[in-house]
Ligand binder design. Sequence first.
Ligand SMILES: NC(=O)c1ccc[n+]([C@@H]2O[C@H](COP(=O)([O-])OP(=O)(O)OC[C@H]3O[C@@H](n4cnc5c(N)ncnc54)[C@H](O)[C@@H]3O)[C@@H](O)[C@H]2O)c1
Length: 320
Amino acid sequence: MKALITGGAGFIGSHLTEALIDKGDYVCVIDDFSTGLNENILHLQDYHNFSLVNGSLLDKELMDRIIDECDIVYHLAAAVGVKYIMENRIKSFKINVQGTENVLEAASKGNKKVMIASSSEVYGKNGKIPYKEDSDRVMGSTIYHRWSYSCTKALDEFLSLAYHKEKELPVIIMRFFNTVGPRQLGCYGMVLPRFVSFALNNKPLTIYGDGNQTRCFTFVGDAIRAIISLSQCEDAQGEIFNIGNNQEVSINHLANRIIEISGSSSLVQHIPYEQVYEEGFEDMRRRVPDISKIYEYIGWKPEYELDDIIRSMIASPVCV
Ligand SMILES: NC(=O)c1ccc[n+]([C@@H]2O[C@H](COP(=O)([O-])OP(=O)(O)OC[C@H]3O[C@@H](n4cnc5c(N)ncnc54)[C@H](O)[C@@H]3O)[C@@H](O)[C@H]2O)c1
């Protein structure tokens, strides 16, 4: 099997690259290194079944050529993270919308299977928990740019389903919920690597808001199992799947566990969202996946608990 991984030098992409290479697949990675790191894939460069293209999703001719040469595309490249999106507004739209369109259009020429990375952000601020794949999307006003990420991912989903319906393109949509683990960067607003890095340096852990908001953290190894297994499931084509842990953790609890497990002397500080993002910034109080659909299709459920995840991140170098 010859796989193309867009964004393969990124956090999830580099773990997937390793897993597919271990499985014996040939893996080509395309990445423009905007948030991905060469060191995430450097150890793979001498493998006979690995190649790297330093380029962009926005280069249509390049995408046509490299997708033509593969059997399956894992489309993970995107502008990711609330902070990154807020600071790179136009660029984020182009990558997340035009980039995905380039992938789908090129894939449709050879009817290549496409695994689309979407996000729990598509549910927006829907207060009905847990989120099922057919739950409503509840969005804030367009004057608050934070909702743009959710909308770009929703457009990707619509377009993927349209290619599936009209051109019978085999697409599978994966909605990731706070995927975490080694190699994730904290500098684009991701909470866990940011806290781990601060704790290891005995610096204060800054919590945005009151810290009672909860999230569900999914270990990257669990997510990779789900991606590979879904890609092999014929019935999953044309379907959307939540990929997430359903164990809720408050951000206050997270900060305290990280301090305790790392033996840090860090203190916890609370700061208002407006100090970090824009005036009127809204965050979801809870975001919990219903994972019965993915269990029904491939028997997947997460295996890693929060403390295992924290330990794995403490054991590997983190970058903020
Ligand atoms: N990590 C999470 O918690 C999470 C949650 C929901 C959805 N996702 C989705 O999963 C995917 C992977 O996310 P990640 O956490 O690994 O982020 P990441 O930033 O580590 O990976 C994204 C990769 O895409 C690359 N990239 C960006 N623009 C590109 C372009 N124009 N051309 C080529 N490469 C480009 C980046 O350099 C990076 O390597 C994304 O689509 C993201 O939206 C992630």
